[in-house]
Design a protein around this ligand. Sequence first.
Ligand SMILES: [Zn+2]
Length: 294
Amino acid sequence: MPLLWLQAFNSLMSRFICNSGTTRSFRRCLCTILAFAHPCLIVRPMMLPVIHSQAWLQLNNLFYLKSLGKRGAINSLHWVLLLLAPLCTAAQQEEVYSRKGYSLRFVSNDALLDPVVKNRMVETFFDLYPELTRQYNKYAAREVIFVVDTAYKAVAEACGGRVLYSADWIRRYPGDIDVVTHEIMHIVQAYPDGAGPSWVAEGIADYVRYIFGVDNEGGGWSLPPYSPEQSYTDGYRITARFLLWLEKEEQRGIVKKLDEHMRNKSYSDSSWKELTGKDLNTLWESYTRNSLIY
Ligand SMILES: [Zn+2]
């Protein structure tokens, strides 16, 4: 909704400027700025933070300078964007929720997003995120953005303080609510570049989903039992089950320690020996010999 208001405001401003008595170059300058405000509304929501970056300002400036030699080009572009923007923003919704020092901005371009599922996603965030930050990383982002995008074809991904969800996945698997749990753990992890292998990051996120998930059963999600074709480097549920076994059989608290090592970039193969007294392959071998979890 705020984007629609911005759109209306821009349209009104454009008319005002075109009818005002200012100089032509000044009008053209302002029209250029307004014209480039519209791509902010047209591009996929996942790009919004980028739009506000310096890079876009630079691009706008460059385009404006180039356009000075082409009379009328900017005005035509302006009107095309003006016409396209309402079509592209019609379905876009944005809401902000704040509770106990945490805020969630929820952006969706899916007009068919089930409000019940949306509400469940919001509730899951506020149920779990504060607790996960308390247990794993108290410096994790306080403001998080959820983006539901009809154009996104994978399931979900987290980057910085933002989680991108596939609108199609949510529609097909509305019960898979704990995809939220997995993704918000990635925000809590906040691992820097080069922190360590992705199988560790994904294994920890699925371990947390197993422990904290609000309805893994309803989502048809569980940890698969050990089988010989598995490897600890598989990540996700395979690694998560291995971590669960380690917590129970070898070293309670190892997941939090590994998470810390990843975040402060001290993770290496020797982290396992440091934390348990045994190297990773030895631990995995013990797991394969008796993988029951009590
Ligand atoms: Zn993940």
